[in-house]
Design a protein around this ligand. Structure first.
Ligand code: SAH
Length: 369
């Protein structure tokens, strides 16, 4: 990962650099790069500690839980990093029935979780009416906040699901660098993904995006631009995780993304975006050990327990070595309570809507507390 032609300021102290990034991110391109390139342990800790104080000020000490159900691993795409890509013939494909999803949602509801994330591969065959019906059933039976994450779809489909009661949508941009993007996706355009994100925000979804750190050819400069894009779009939720190589993909031999760089990116993004909900992603929990507690101390305020039934869980193999894959979900919740408690925080069971002031979440179906 090269530093290119960046010019560094040798006059400012680390605290001054961080303060400038906090106050004026748009004009702090070199300073953001400098923070991402910190190598000294105590300096990195000072960066994390500032991000942690921004998280404390804007999000409080609660760690929100979002239950995820990976309802299908079918995919029509071929992202070169992802084990679900359609060219991977080494996994059995599954789609859960609506009743199976409702059972999983019932289980999370009984554990007091108030948000469900419905995620799948980007399946061209996914029936939009079926998903709309499922969203309505979840809202009617359990009243949970519903987050959809099924990839790039038409404005019409996004509208249908929004009207069915979906509150939120997750679609990571992954990288905003056109070359890195085209080198890691067959047949897909960065522009279409960005248009989807604009469509989602326009439809009043609480919109989540985010990054993959460590993609082939991704330089520090492009991560700086990614962070400024996340800031400009004012996303409600931002997930940042390291690339983990999967043996059945074209990127099988690529080195895993650097966890430390991922944590620095998370910290700078917290400092720059201030009040977005940011998960300690499962990928951070699955890359050479579980680094989720570190992420919670570097700006993150969300954990995502997995409620996919165990017979399907191992087939949702985006990347290998996924954290907690054999864990029972009740153990998983107490483990998350343990993680939060170990750093003086607590699990927050509230619905955890966006706290951005410039959006109105008053469509039918939204829950207020
Ligand atoms: N089909 C949906 C959901 C994708 S899976 C969509 O297109 O949005 C969710 C996330 O997993 C992706 O956004 C990506 O950031 C992450 N992911 C995929 N492959 C990965 C890998 N090899 N290592 C780490 N994260 C990966």
């Amino acid at each position: 990962m090269g530093s290119g032609t960046l010019m560094f300021n040798n006059v400012m102290t680390l605290e001054e650099i961080i303060e400038k990034v906090y106050q004026d991110p748009e004009n702090s391109y070199s300073e953001i790069a400098e923070l991402l390139m910190l190598q000294d342990r105590s300096e990195i800790e000072r960066l994390f500690s500032f991000a942690d104080s921004v998280r404390q000020e804007f999000m409080g000490s609660g760690v929100l839980l979002r239950g995820i159900v990976e309802f299908s691993n079918r995919c029509s795409n071929s992202c070169f990093y992802c084990g679900l890509n359609k060219d991977n013939k080494n996994i059995a494909r599954y789609s859960m029935s609506a009743d199976e999803v409702l059972d999983a949602v019932g289980e999370m509801h009984s554990m007091k979780i108030r948000t469900v994330v419905l995620q799948s591969g980007e399946d061209r065959e996914l029936d939009p009416i079926w998903l709309a019906g499922l969203i309505k059933d979840i809202k009617k039976r359990f009243g949970l906040a519903v987050t959809v994450s099924v990839g790039e779809k038409s404005h019409e489909e996004y509208k249908l699901w929004r009207e069915a009661g979906a509150d939120r949508y997750l679609l990571k941009v992954e990288t905003t660098d056109p070359k890195v993007y085209s080198d890691s996706h067959a047949m897909r355009k960065l522009g279409s993904r960005m248009k989807c994100l604009d469509d989602l925000s326009g439809l009043g979804y609480q919109t989540g995006s985010g990054l993959l750190i460590g993609l082939r050819g991704q330089a520090i400069e492009s991560i700086v631009k990614d962070i400024l894009y996340l800031k400009e779009k004012d996303f409600d939720m931002i997930g940042i995780g390291p690339f983990i190589s999967h043996g059945d993909t074209p990127f099988a031999l690529d080195r895993a993304g650097d966890v430390e760089l991922t944590l620095k990116t998370l910290a700078v993004t917290r400092i720059v975006t201030r009040n977005a909900h940011m998960p300690a992603t499962t990928a951070i929990g699955s890359s050479g050990g579980d680094h989720r507690v570190k992420a919670l101390k570097a700006g993150a305020n969300v954990l995502m327990p997995n409620f996919t039934p165990s017979r399907y869980k191992r087939l949702y193999s985006i990347y290998p070595g996924k954290a907690c894959i054999t864990e029972r979900t009740d153990n998983c919740i107490s483990c998350m309570r343990g993680k939060a408690g170990s750093i003086g925080r607590f699990v927050d069971y509230s619905v955890g809507h966006s706290i951005k002031k410039n959006r109105i979440f008053n469509m039918e179906g939204a829950i207020y507390e």
